[in-house]
Design a protein around this ligand. Sequence first.
Ligand SMILES: [Zn+2]
Length: 251
Amino acid sequence: MDFTVKKYKELLQSLKVQGYKFQTFERFLDNPAPKSIILRHDVDLLPSNSLRFAKIQNELGINGTYYFRAVPESWDENVIIQIAAMGHEIGYHYENLTTCKGDLKKGIYDFEKNLTNLRNLAPVFTICMHGSPMSKYDSKDLWKKFSYKDYDIIGEPYFDIDFNDVFYITDTGRRWDGNKVSVRDRVETSFKLSFHATQEIIDFADKGKLPNKIMFTFHPQRWSDNLIIWSKELVLQNVKNIIKKYFFVSN
Ligand SMILES: [Zn+2]
């Protein structure tokens, strides 16, 4: 079975053996190591799963970056504080143009308010857009008019990473090649490398064939050792993929 916590641990271990430096996105922007991995987590829902990931990393002596949404299903202050205390990076998973229905002025106000609230819990230097596939608004459009640098934000992965240099891989759709059906979680890249199952990445890593710089995006709510939750998420994801495929593929 794939996308279990067990498989997740195996993946981290095999990456660690290869000598990668695990950098938070903030540290990477500051001073990228020649062989580095950014473990990015989009905490869309079930923050307790992210806490579990954070603890596993902590046990391995590595750090990741966790992006929280300003909605009840993601925003768990207890979890945010605990994850920050382990030395992981906390960031804001913004979706202000979705919540404010495309209104830029309301959107930036909403952004500022949520960022301030998050900064009351942990230092925040990077942000990352939440894709909201069902929404017609792309929250990245906020930055056509405003600049996040004005808010002491040093980076947003979709703008501040050269994905020809950094290999991007995401568990979108609970497979590693699912960004083909993703509406917004796509990047321009020249890497001709694609994986489906986690084991394929592990095998590749074990042979020392993975690129030197990688950003992994995890949605920890998709990873579980509980078969019932695992199946529920699978069914939900398949329904979503079908909807995306037939209704949003032209977006
Ligand atoms: Zn998200």
